[in-house]
Structures are given as structure tokens and as C-alpha cells.
Design a protein. Structure first.
Length: 106
């Protein structure tokens, strides 16, 4: 089994409460954000209509899509509320802590 390559995203010192940044890696659009001291790495494109989730508002433990109001759980990516019919959840990714940076294996 081949190991997935590691991609550095940002320095740990740059990440604090309210941090939000999107990344394009190997054709994947990712969103890294910090909410209530926890780092989350999610798919950055709403599976319902393709809107960028980086523009979404955090409501409780969910990220709200700015286009149609769909809610996605920050931890699991599950769609917890929809307005125009159900859709799949957002993909979630494990944040990798590597010395003074954070990254992802894709």
C-alpha cells in the first residue's frame, strides 16, 4: 500500500480562533478553519450546488452554506439541515500536526 503524500497547509503559529483559509491540492478544494479551539479540515465545495463553503457562517457546531442555507456538521461533515432536498455530507480530512506546521495527507 502506497503512503499518501503529505501537504503542508500553514504554520501552527498562524492559526488561532477564527482562522479560515481555503486550499487547492491535487484537484481538491479544502477549507481549514478553527472554531472553539478545534481545527477542522473540510471539503470547500457544497455538494448541493457547488458554492464555496469558505464563505459560510458557523452556527453552533455546523457550517452553513451561504447559497441555500444547508448546514454541515464540522466534525463529521454530515448534512444536518437542508432547504431543497437532502444531499451527501462534506468530505472531512484528518489534520496532521508536523512539528511547527499543520497539513494533510492526500
Amino acid at each position: 500500500m502506497r503512503a499518501m503524500p503529505y501537504h503542508a497547509l500553514d504554520k501552527r503559529s498562524n492559526i488561532q480562533e477564527g482562522y479560515r483559509r481555503s486550499f487547492e491540492i491535487d484537484g481538491e478544494s479544502l477549507l481549514l478553519l478553527m472554531h472553539q479551539g478545534q481545527l477542522y479540515l473540510l471539503e470547500n465545495i457544497c455538494p448541493h450546488a457547488g458554492y464555496f463553503m469558505a464563505d459560510g457562517k458557523i452556527i453552533g457546531s455546523n457550517l452553513r452554506c451561504g447559497m441555500h442555507g444547508y448546514l454541515f456538521n464540522l466534525t463529521t461533515g454530515a448534512c444536518t439541515y437542508y432547504t431543497e432536498g437532502p444531499c451527501r455530507g462534506l468530505k472531512t480530512y484528518q489534520v496532521i500536526y508536523n512539528q511547527d506546521e499543520v497539513g494533510v495527507e492526500l
